[in-house]
Write a protein that binds this ligand. Structure first.
Ligand SMILES: Nc1ncnc2c1ncn2[C@@H]1O[C@H](COP(=O)(O)OP(=O)(O)OP(=O)(O)O)[C@@H](O)[C@H]1O
Ligand SMILES: [Mg+2]
Length: 272
């Protein structure tokens, strides 16, 4: 109102600002951002074991991945890449720090809620595939959808399409043990991207693939990200990292910052 004394209006502004700050400070997880970051790691550390034999796999990692962003993680063997992925995916808890997936701090969820978030939002490609040997290719891919309440027929149709997209048209009914390493890896990739999940975490998904199939996998991952998913790709191969929007280098559990890019480049040349 125009006839309102200016001093009073100033006071109200100040009161509002104080209110906002008080709300932020008292919110249950005040670090949770309300933006479009699909994944946020804040000061994440992971120590295995205790005492003199303890190993610090991650030491205060901050990382944010937004929808539409593909981040490649590179670093020498033992630098903490798989540990970072499994913590980001809620498969293990950090020793310190916070993991926030789609604005929800994992530490604020109980085990069932974390499991549900994993099924709905998260596609994981493990370094060692993790396929279920007693299920066929198509059953492996359809399983997370069915666990999430999708009916059998539509789940199978989606699984078929995902397997076809990784070039496994002929192998829908094969069991993992009857397939090559590369074929098993492609089932794992189909399982991770089926059903349009928001966060894809892939640990060397091209490791066992020939270069043509590896590139097809990268193209598929890129397409999912361009559709709005967020993805982290652990890779030792520069030509696959080149598909990423950003490359993060890890060394001894720490992110090497931009000012150390020179050592990062050396690392890239020597990391396998
Ligand atoms: N379950 C565990 N118990 C004890 N130490 C572990 C465990 N998992 C990983 N580590 C150690 O933590 C460090 C990081 O391991 P991590 O598997 O994250 O490395 P990485 O970067 O994925 O390596 P690679 O490229 O060989 O897959 C290593 O020193 C490893 O030995
Ligand atoms: Mg690893």
């Amino acid at each position: 109102m125009t006839d309102q004394p200016p001093r009073r209006r100033d006071l109200r502004d100040v009161e509002t600002r104080i209110d906002d700050r008080a709300r932020a400070a008292s919110a249950p997880s005040s670090g949770v951002p309300r933006d479009d970051a699909v994944l946020r790691l804040v000061g994440v550390s992971r120590v295995y074991g205790s005492g003199e034999t303890s190993i610090t796999a991650l030491a205060g990692v901050d990382l944010e991945v937004r929808g539409g962003e593909l981040v490649a993680i590179m670093g020498a063997s033992g630098s903490g890449k798989s540990t970072l992925l499994s913590i980001a995916g809620g498969l293990q808890e950090p020793t310190a720090g916070e993991v926030i997936v789609e604005n929800r701090a994992l530490s604020s969820l109980d085990a069932r809620e974390v499991a549900r978030l994993r099924r709905r939002s998260l596609g994981f490609v493990f370094q060692d595939f993790n396929l279920i040997p007693t299920l066929t290719a198509i059953e492996n891919v359809a399983l997370p959808l069915e666990l999430d309440g999708e009916r059998r027929r539509p789940a199978r149709r989606l699984a078929e399409a995902a397997l076809d997209s990784v070039g496994l048209d002929e192998k829908h009914d094969a069991y993992p043990d009857d397939l090559s390493g590369g074929q098993q890896q492609r089932i794992a990739i189909a399982r991770a991207v089926v059903g349009g999940r928001r966060l894809i975490l892939a640990d060397e998904p091209t490791g066992a693939l020939d270069s043509v199939t590896g590139e097809a996998v990268m193209r598929m991952l890129r397409a999912r990200v361009d559709d709005g998913a967020a993805a982290i790709l652990v890779t030792h191969e520069a030509r696959h990292a080149a598909w990423a929007d950003r490359i993060v280098f890890l060394r001894d559990g720490r992110v090497i910052d931009e000012s150390q890019r020179e050592s990062a480049d050396v690392l890239l040349r020597t990391s396998r």
